[in-house]
Design a binder for this molecule. Sequence first.
Ligand code: ATP
Ligand code: MG
Length: 398
Amino acid sequence: LPSLFEPARPVLQKIEQAGFEAYFVGGSVRDTILGDAIHDIDIATSAYPSEIKAIFKKTVDTGIQHGTVMILDHGTGYETTTFRTESGYQDYRRPDQVTFVRSLKDDLKRRDFTINALAMKEDGTIIDLFDGLGDLQRHLIRAVGDPEERFHEDALRMMRAVRFAAKLDFAIDPATQRGIEDHGELLTKIAVERIEVEFSKLLLGINPKRGLDYFLTTDLYLYCPRLQHHYQALVKLSQHQDWSSITNEAEAWLALLYSLQITGQSAISSFMKDWKLSNALISLVQHAMTVLLAIQKDQIKPMMLFNAGRKAILTASQVAEFEELQHPDLLAMNDQLPIHDRHDLAIDGGALIRHASIQPGPLLGKVMNQLLALVVEGKVANEEPALLQEAQDLIEKG
Ligand code: ATP
Ligand code: MG
């Protein structure tokens, strides 16, 4: 078993000794059987939250209404969720009600896909009630139970299907795929933030091409923000063979926007806001797009690198690789700039007022900007006397 499970084993044993069941469940079990690295573990138990709290001295109520309690053991937290069923789903998303149950089977039945519905005992024994092991071998994403019903209950599962296709490089079972084709419109009931999580993970999977192909052939893209009119561009994006340069969200969204030819600063912002992406990510992608367009036009200027900053330059460089655009080592160019921050300038407004007899106001700002550009471009040394001299010349020239 991967080392991440080891320290959790005594926790499961302790729950069992108290007369309850406890299993590892979800992605960590799936990924372990696939031989993939795991990043976190989930534990499911027949014990109710109050019972877990009676067994362990230190716990934190991280989501007690859903049955989740964190057990603190030797400084590590283990999220434990009581077996539950979900019912209601009046609105095609999140259940109206969760009910705690004692049966593992009922808990596994509510899970989305067979490969995500495996449980593993503390000793490594696998419990496989829906032939998830078979589907792992066949590289297949298949809904647990009737796909139509399951997508009616929670339409997000359709996005999860295509994202797992990309994440694992798996096929989607034909009946499950038909379920998506028939119910795509229900996606409009789902909060965009939750769709975005799955779509980002799709673009960052090991085979985004496969996920995008399903995303397009099932028509799911029609029900995502702002993608309706971009079928051709999305097909072209999906045809990229090598996605290894796309390693984080900023690179993924920049690659997407560049493919859709959404490159203007306000167009980027409005698109990304509709996807409910953060202002920090929007700003990074805007800066990176400026650099990427300069790469494309072969018009890289020092001041542009300075304004963009290292992170945006790195993001643009990665997407330039992805797009097979020829470009110099922009990070090295950036590192060689004389300064990297406005505050690194060897003179400030106060000094100009005192020594160059400029009044506070627009002229001062303009001169400061000109000095900054001269230093960044390597035309004037970043030293106070040289900059004062230059300021005087600039003022005389008007
Ligand atoms: P990842 O490695 O990307 O985190 P994961 O399988 O752990 O993959 P999570 O979103 O963390 O995915 O969910 C954990 C588990 O909870 C899933 O494996 C699945 O069993 C269940 N699950 C999550 N979301 C849903 C859903 N919308 N409907 C049904 N079951 C779900
Ligand atoms: Mg997970």
